[in-house]
Design a protein around this ligand. Structure first.
Ligand SMILES: Cc1cc2nc3c(=O)[nH]c(=O)nc-3n(C[C@H](O)[C@H](O)[C@H](O)COP(=O)(O)OP(=O)(O)OC[C@H]3O[C@@H](n4cnc5c(N)ncnc54)[C@H](O)[C@@H]3O)c2cc1C
Length: 280
């Protein structure tokens, strides 16, 4: 839709041009910003001009730029270990947008919008990824993405902060993963989305999103049994209520999906740690 209050669109090419004046907001892909009225917004600051490479493999792991689109992320999966690629694919597919939406929506926009059904939040939380946040004045800080999202449309970002990237640690790229999702209709927004990973050590992480206002990260030192996992899910006490699902339905579905994720992760032994596999 037209944002009739917008008077300026700036496209910074350098970090020192990024600062937002009163009334200006950061523009990622604009798939949400242009989807509803934005009262009070008089200017857009388009992050695309910064030219951040969408994905960078570093010694520390995988760095996903805030401006990386879901399409770019999805296209990168052939270069990733198969289980992590499958999780990335499942999370990209969980946003049921058109070709246009997927080619515009960014990872940073998805995280910073902080909707319960934000699949990039689920992806980052499952992979224990950190948000690299640029702070005003040239500094930066990191914070787990799971902690950055506080609630519906609420994050720990302070005024003027920019999500520069999502940093996935190298250690989790060898993990096995699983994902389950349900919606009230075939093309509906996620009502519950459960994602999980098991590391070579057996350490297991199960993440609940879409059915709760913020991500819940359930951690286990060893693969949990059905009762242990169900107990952890039942301990969640903030089931979300909106047209995409009633709280009791979301609770019940999350219990079922979490068990499916647990069973899939338990179906085969955890992957061998790098450097220890191989010869008979
Ligand atoms: C058909 C359709 C289906 C959708 N389904 C879903 C869904 O299932 N789940 C879901 O979560 N969303 C959904 N959305 C909403 C939205 O499209 C996505 O959340 C998308 O990922 C937002 O990314 P964007 O880059 O377009 O963000 P934008 O619209 O550009 O921005 C969103 C917000 O994030 C801020 N922002 C953007 N980038 C940064 C950054 N790097 N640092 C700091 N702040 C930033 C903006 O200022 C704005 O407040 C859907 C939208 C449509 C049209």
């Amino acid at each position: 839709m037209d944002l009739t209050s917008v008077r300026t669109v700036r496209v910074p090419h350098r970090r020192d041009e990024l600062g937002c004046a009163p009334g200006e907001v950061l523009l990622g892909g604009g798939t949400w910003l242009f989807s509803e009225p934005q009262p009070g917004v008089t200017g857009l600051v388009d992050l695309a001009g910064l030219g951040w490479p969408p994905l960078t493999v570093t010694g520390a792991g995988l760095s996903i730029a805030g401006t990386c689109t879901l399409a770019e992320l999805g296209a990168a999966t052939p270069g990733l270990p198969a289980p992590v690629a499958a999780l990335v694919g499942a999370c990209c597919d969980a946003l049921l947008g058109s070709f246009t939406v997927r080619h515009a929506a960014t990872v940073g926009g998805n995280v910073c919008l902080a909707l319960p059904a934000g699949p990039m939040i689920a992806l980052a939380a499952t992979l224990d990824a950190d948000a690299l946040v640029w702070t005003p004045g040239g500094g930066e800080r990191t914070e787990p993405v799971a902690d950055l999202v506080l609630g519906v449309r609420r994050t720990a970002l302070r005024p003027g902060e920019v999500l520069r990237s999502v940093e996935v640690p190298r250690a989790v790229l060898d993990a096995r993963t699983a994902a389950r999702r349900i919606a009230l209709s075939p093309l509906g927004r996620s009502g519950a989305f459960v994602t999980g990973r098991v590391d070579a050590t057996g350490r297991t992480v199960v993440v609940v999103t879409a059915s709760t206002p913020r991500p819940h990260v359930l951690r286990f030192d060893a693969p949990p049994g059905p009762g242990e996992l169900a107990g952890a899910v039942h301990a969640i006490d903030d089931w979300y209520d909106d047209p995409h699902g009633a709280p009791d339905w979301r609770h019940a579905m999350t219990v079922l999906l979490a068990e499916e994720v647990r069973a899939e992760l338990a179906a085969a032994p955890p992957p061998a740690p790098a450097g220890r596999g191989g010869g008979a």
